[in-house]
Design a protein around this ligand. Structure first.
Ligand SMILES: [Zn+2]
Ligand SMILES: [Zn+2]
Length: 145
């Protein structure tokens, strides 16, 4: 079990309450399966609808919320855009294109020392950190030249 680093919105609450793996949740998880993608709820919705034509956007939102509370899905807050989701996986960082909004994974070892420093300097019980690199993606960078 991977620990959720950004635990501001993941509470222990769901660990005790009964979580059922419904068909809807299974389909949503399957849509989030391809690594490197960080779809918004709207994007998840349009993909899931191909499998479950009757599902509503509200249901997708609610299930994404529940799945992120269980730790199976990670909710990303990047820039001021819509929330993005990804299946929880090995810790990695993100690069955010300030031009087109694209979000890419940066496979990188966690900077574990940052947590230690933060813990020492804040007296917080630090459980993790979020780090987003901003810049231009290769495509936007090419367009600029
Ligand atoms: Zn871009
Ligand atoms: Zn990612």
């Amino acid at each position: 079990m991977i620990t959720i680093m950004d635990n501001t919105e993941t509470t222990e609450k769901t660990k005790s309450c009964d979580f059922r793996m419904t068909r809807q949740r299974r389909v949503i998880l399957a849509e989030l399966d391809s690594p490197g993608q960080h779809p918004t709820a709207d994007e998840v919705y349009s993909r899931v609808r191909k499998v479950l034509p009757n599902i509503s956007l509200g249901t997708v939102y609610r299930n994404l919320e529940i799945l992120s509370q269980t730790g199976m899905v990670k909710k990303l807050h990047i820039g001021s855009e819509q929330r993005r989701y990804e299946k929880n996986q090995k810790r990695h960082y993100h690069a955010h294109c300030v031009m087109c909004g694209r979000v890419s994974d940066i496979p990188s070892d966690p900077f574990g020392d940052i947590d230690k420093t933060a813990r020492e300097n804040s007296r917080f019980d630090i459980t993790g950190h979020e780090l987003v690199f901003e810049g231009l993606c290769p495509k936007c960078n090419d367009d600029n030249q």
